[in-house]
Design a protein around this ligand. Structure first.
Ligand SMILES: CNc1ccc(C(=O)O)c(C(=O)O)c1
Length: 461
């Protein structure tokens, strides 16, 4: 409709954080009019005259993906980086075969149970290169009625001379090149060259990535939770400011975390996420860790009903081994963004003030709450073992013109005209604990007591 904003206008009004959610069908239009993009918006000509593109992801519907491009861009070179092996690799090759402009690159997954979870786009325009790091699979269902997060870079112009490095104070370009190098994939070489050839000095986020491996020595701190710990120890909040500030994790799946909360969640992962400048990282108490994970009723009453729980694959088998986790859970509540009923597939982590009005940092990433994604220390903490590819971006206040914390809100109507930068939260803070009688969502437990939005029950296969 002509009243609809051009995607580029939506993009420009939501700076400097450039952190968007996906548009959601069947919620009041005002919640899609501000700070929200769909895939057609991102790929639209108003965002740039495309020459070629590359998508890193876990799940693909190739015909649907091509239809999200404007007609004039649908025949341009498109590289898909995936993690499929064996029979599934034959399937994605067969799906790509009819499209002569689509080529595939398989990410090596040499450690069992690893996945290629990273969700990223490279968009090469006539005028430069744009990077998008997000949380949605390239399937229509992930872009229809879920809550997903998207960071969209500026258009990075070509370097004026090849002698220039073209990196930013956050080291985004060198971190991205190091991430790509880990694939050891010849088909990525052209995109490594494109990245090398562009001036990314305007990148104001830190990259927090994971690549499969047993990382040792100084490689240990390049990936997973030790990378986040390193950045927070060097550029994070002063311990004095955040002494009573909780760490909030929000995710759509959970791995096997051990027999007690101390082993990995608090004493390893929690210690990294609570790292501060100078202060030796104290152990995070459980009372200062809130984990936003959908309750059974969050799923039952969602726009998709119980089916929305299909992409929240927490199994009762895993959950039954870690009952100590349940007291840490909080509901998915997103009244400010109009997305309380849009199942969260986004993953985010933050250190926020108890009243939820400020944050010392904010991370949006593909990484769920699992050792496979974040890494687990082995061999007397000498190596960090990571199974999967993950990617996220970290927002730190000082890179956005703020002092040592940024104001945050999920009521984003105040964001565009604010004099000071306000970080647009995907959900309401402070977090709300589960209501009495509610339980975490388990994908493999039947729900036959109460019907969902559509009056149906959940009888998993
Ligand atoms: C085993 N495979 C997956 C498990 C969880 C997720 C998630 O993001 O929650 C995804 C994905 O959607 O990429 C894949």
């Amino acid at each position: 409709a002509s009243t609809e904003k051009m995607p580029l206008d939506s993009f420009e009004e939501f700076q400097p954080f450039s952190f968007f959610l996906t548009k959601v069908s069947d919620i009041p239009q005002r919640h899609n009019a501000m700070g929200a993009m769909n895939l057609r918006d991102i790929l639209s000509a108003s965002m740039g005259e495309l020459k070629s593109s590359c998508h890193f992801n876990f799940m693909f519907e190739i015909p649907w993906l091509l239809k999200q491009y404007p007609e004039e861009f649908r025949k341009m070179p498109l590289l898909l980086v995936h993690g499929e092996q064996g029979r599934q690799e034959l399937d994605i090759k067969a799906e790509a075969d009819p499209f002569s402009n689509v080529s595939l690159c398989r990410a090596p997954l040499d450690i069992p149970y690893g996945t290629h979870h990273t969700k990223m786009m490279f968009l090469l325009y006539e005028t430069g290169l744009r990077v998008v790091i997000h949380t949605a699979n390239l399937i229509s269902n992930d872009w229809y009625q879920k809550t997903q997060g998207i960071w969209i870079s500026p258009v990075f112009p070509p370097l004026k001379s090849p002698a220039e490095k073209g990196d930013s104070p956050t080291g985004f370009k060198s971190d991205l090149l190091q991430y790509l190098a880990a694939y050891k994939a010849p088909r990525l070489a052209p995109w490594e060259r494109h990245i090398q050839a562009h001036d990314m000095s305007a990148a104001n986020v830190h990259m927090i990535g994971s690549v499969p491996g047993r990382h040792t020595l100084n490689n240990k701190h390049h990936w997973g939770h030790l990378k986040l710990k390193k950045v927070l120890s060097e550029r994070g909040p002063d311990s004095g400011l955040v002494k009573n500030w909780p760490v909030v994790g929000q995710f759509s799946s959970i791995g096997s975390l051990g027999t007690s909360k101390e082993i990995w969640l608090l004493n390893e992962w929690g210690q990294s996420l609570s790292a501060c400048k100078k202060e030796p990282s104290a152990i995070l108490p459980a009372s200062k860790l809130n984990l936003i994970f959908p309750s059974k009723d969050n799923i039952r009453l969602s726009l998709e009903g119980y089916n929305g729980g299909g992409c929240v694959p927490y199994s009762i088998k895993t959950a039954s081994k870690q009952p100590w986790l349940t007291p840490l859970f909080c509901q998915w509540v997103s009244e400010g963004r109009g997305r309380s009923k849009a199942v969260p597939h986004i993953k985010t982590y933050t250190r926020c003030s108890p009243d939820g009005s400020q944050a010392a940092w904010f991370l949006v990433t593909s990484a769920n709450l699992s050792k496979a994604a974040w890494g687990v220390l082995e061999k007397d903490r000498s190596q960090l073992m990571i199974r999967s590819y993950e990617l996220g971006v970290l927002f730190l206040p000082q890179f956005f013109g703020c002092k040592n914390a940024f104001k945050v809100t999920s009521h984003v109507e105040e964001v565009p005209q604010s004099k000071i930068p306000i970080f647009p939260l995907p959900y309401d803070l402070p977090p709300k604990t589960y209501v009495k009688g509610d339980r975490p969502w388990f994908v493999d437990v039947p729900c036959v007591d109460l019907p969902d939005t559509f009056g149906t029950m959940w009888c998993p296969p």
